[in-house]
Design a protein around this ligand. Structure first.
Ligand code: ADP
Ligand code: ZN
Ligand code: ZN
Length: 731
């Protein structure tokens, strides 16, 4: 009997295994091609991982595959390697990792279509004309000569030669011309720069010099806003393009403003494709195809662009590397930044992490010498940094979270014809309990961490050591009963502002108001008009965009960051303050920042304001080390959501007990929880989490594999949902 053709597939189902199907006898199924197969009552599209002759399953029970969709590998080997790593590191089924990595239309089985370029050619009859023909019609003669010399012309050529449609039409009617189309060419190793580069200052030149080496290295480019990081990227890319290679530029979720894109397009001749939320599925697929085929020289995109195949990769750039949006927060919770580093290493190319406010993980790696540290300390443009002051709001009457002082400053700024930015820290901070009278913050008795406020259970809980206590009714320091949850009242800020400034337009920018396609673009356009207005936003506003007409920034609740139960709170706060301070104002209109806090003299706040982000960050790194937290330890969270909170909690308890049998807790392997998540209830679901804290990656991977086994083999009640978050950013 001839050997069977068995293909092993990754299928988009939540099971951690591959699936075997029977292929047609004698046929070759390329690895990385798609195959349509029956799966239960459904039909799925899988990716060929392997072709073999035997199976662990009963051969007679294997179902035949239906159709092979790609003659050649669709997904090149470097992307397969990346997806495979993603699946192992983040502990998700390979099929789900592929599902995350591929554009929707590819998942649905469509073929890649590449854009065509139209051009004009002489017809048979036209080719018969002699040089210098059509002399009576001057414009037609010019077009004829150009075609005789160059063979073909595209629309931009015609524009350049000032040849109108009428001329083309006239010659077409004589049967002398015809339009043809062909695929765009693959980029070539040649000069692609069309606009003069700026002359670099010393620091920029030193940075660029380092980036020349075409081997793997990870660079942290730490430079304040406006210090000329983008100019360094552009010049590093110019060199890569000269060698016929491509650049992948990754930016935060909403950072892709038309200005950013325009800067790349104006500088280079080769096609620049942007992969952003405004694209429809077809455009997305086309961008994917242009990157893979080498038609695009530069690919700009958000976190998922890390999976875009490249014909000839030359460099990867991650702008605003500290930004949270590089981490996917549901499904496969991967970090686009971290995967990009893996990718650059495998491809043997440099990767640049650029930011004014490095994440502590990245800074730690730079200090340890694993990354090269490049710094730009001077501003390239003319804008001056704003003046920052802290507004002590202890005991003050707050109206919708705002102090009278802030409201007055807002009023004056608007009256002077300028714009105001008001920041609310609604997301990403585990709330703590603060005394409005004296600024006391509930801290854990066993460790120096802040207790997290759980309103529903009327409890304070420490997420670092599992201590818990009922909500106190008065402040232990000053006996005041005015204990407030941090962030209290900020929900009402918008109403308050509208009441106070009824004539002023309030532009709210957050995830909800920018969900629609183009919405962000339109909102920002509105702001760019320069009319006095109040911009009200969350962390989202701190990135990418520059607001030259904003001369006052109010940060409503600095305590939310400084005293968050989430150990990343202070880091976020420092980044936010530094980022907004860098985005407001310009040379002739310097900005001003007011930070509202109950703890004006907090040492971290002082370090930040007096010595800057870098030293501030080094200080919190020391605290992290003492607290056994990342980047000194590895962290993972197992989330469990259910309409039935008790069920979710007890499932995690069961999991912990089971794990502790096989991997007993030690100082190197710590279990914490289950705790209610900081936002305990969302969309009718109660949310619990179990935390793992390990000394190194290897230990963490072992533990997660065990946990993965439990999740698959234990009888999970049907009404709970579990997910793993490796290197979580939201605690
Ligand atoms: P960043 O990316 O660090 O925020 P940019 O590259 O956007 O900084 O530079 C900020 C401004 O300074 C831009 O307007 C840019 O054109 C200008 N700029 C950057 N480098 C130089 C330079 N070497 N000489 C003059 N202007 C520069
Ligand atoms: Zn008090
Ligand atoms: Zn504690």
């Amino acid at each position: 009997m001839p050997p069977k053709t068995i293909i092993r597939l990754a299928l988009p189902v939540p099971l951690r295994r591959l699936f075997d199907y029977l292929g047609e006898e004698g046929r070759v199924y390329p690895i990385g091609a798609r195959v349509r197969v029956p799966f239960g009552q459904r039909e799925l599209i899988g990716i060929v991982i392997e072709q073999t002759e035997d199976s662990e399953q009963d051969l007679d029970k294997l179902k035949p595959a239906r159709a092979l969709l790609d003659e050649n590998e669709l997904i090149p080997s470097d992307i397969r390697q990346l997806v495979d790593f993603c699946s192992r590191y983040y502990q998700c089924p390979l099929g789900e990792a592929y599902n995350t990595a591929l554009p929707k239309l590819l998942r649905n089985g469509e073929a890649v279509s590449l854009p065509q370029q139209e051009f004009l050619q002489l017809s048979q009859e036209g080719l018969g004309l002699p040089p210098g023909g059509l002399a009576k019609a001057r414009k037609q003669a010019a077009l004829l000569t150009a075609l005789q010399e160059q063979g073909k012309l595209d629309k931009t050529d015609l524009k350049r030669l000032c040849i109108s449609n009428a001329v083309v039409k006239a010659m077409q009617e004589k049967g002398l011309l015809c339009w043809e189309s062909e695929q765009l060419p693959t980029i070539k190793a040649e000069e692609q720069q069309k606009q003069e580069a700026l002359e670099l200052n010393d620091e920029q030149s030193a940075a660029l010099e380092q980036l020349r080496y075409q081997t793997f290295a990870c660079y942290l480019l730490e430079g304040t806003t406006g210090s000329g990081k983008t100019e360094v990227y552009l010049q590093a890319i110019a060199e890569v393009l000269r060698q016929g290679k491509q650049a992948l530029v990754m930016i935060p979720e909403i950072g892709l403003t038309p200005q950013t894109l325009g800067r790349f397009q104006n500088r280079f001749r080769c096609p620049v494709v942007a992969i952003h939320s405004g694209l429809n599925d077809k455009e997305r697929l086309q961008a994917w195809g242009m990157a893979k085929s080498g038609q695009a020289g530069i690919i700009i995109g958000t976190r998922s662009s890390v999976f875009t195949p490249l014909y000839n990769p030359g460099i990867i750039i991650i702008d605003e590397e500290h930004d949270l949006s590089f981490k996917q927060q549901d499904g496969v919770r991967y970090s686009g930044r971290d995967l990009a580093i893996f990718r650059a290493q495998k491809a043997g190319i440099p990767i640049v992490l650029g930011t004014a406010t490095p994440s502590l993980e990245t800074l730690h790696n730079a200090i340890q010498g694993r990354y090269h540290h490049l710094r730009l300390t001077r501003r390239a443009g003319a804008a001056r940094p704003p003046a920052i002051s802290v507004d002590d709001i202890k005991q003050k009457t707050l109206i919708g979270g705002l102090s009278q002082n802030s409201l007055d400053a807002i009023g004056n700024t608007l009256a002077a014809g300028n714009q105001v930015l008001v920041f609310l820290n609604r997301r990403g901070f585990a709330p703590s309990l603060i005394c409005h009278n004296c600024g006391w913050v509930a801290e854990c008795r066993h460790c120096s961490a802040r207790m997290t406020l759980h309103k529903a259970q009327r409890q304070l809980r420490c997420h670092h050591c599992e201590a818990s206590m009922p909500l106190p009714t008065q402040c232990p320091k000053c006996f005041s009963q005015e204990l407030i949850g941090q962030g209290y009242g900020t929900q009402r800020s918008e109403e308050t502002l509208q009441e106070y400034f009824p004539e002023t337009q309030i532009i709210r920018i957050d995830r909800d108001s920018t969900r629609k396609k183009q919405a962000m673009h339109e909102l920002l356009h509105e702001v760019d008009q320069g009319q006095p207005c109040i911009l009200l936003g969350t962390q989202m506003l701190a990135k990418g965009h520059h607001f030259p007409n904003v001369t006052l920034v109010v940060i409503v609740d600095a305590d939310g960051g400084l005293f968050s139960g989430d150990f990343r709170g202070p880091e976020r706060m420092g980044q936010l303050i530094t980022q907004v301070a860098g985005r407001a104002g310009r040379a002739e209109k310097p900005g001003r920042v007011i930070i509202q806090s109950h703890n004006k003299d907090h040492p971290l706040l002082e370090t930040l304001l007096e010595q800057g982000y870098h030293l501030f960050a080094r200080q919190i790194l020391r605290e992290r080390q003492l607290a056994n937290m990342p980047p000194y330890r590895q962290l993972a969270l197992l989330h469990c959501d259910s309409k039935d909170g008790i069920l979710a909690e007890s499932y995690l308890q069961g999991l912990r007990q089971w794990l502790e049998q096989y991997a007993p807790p030690t100082p190197e392997r710590v279990y914490l929880g289950p705790f209610p998540a900081p936002m305990e209830k969302r969309k009718q679901m109660f949310r619990f989490q179990l935390q793992f804290n390990c000394e190194n990656r290897r230990q963490m991977q072992q533990l997660l594999q065990l946990a993965g086994q439990y999740l698959e083999q234990s009888k999970m009640p049907h009404n709970i949902r579990c997910s793993l978050d490796v290197d979580p950013l939201d605690m």
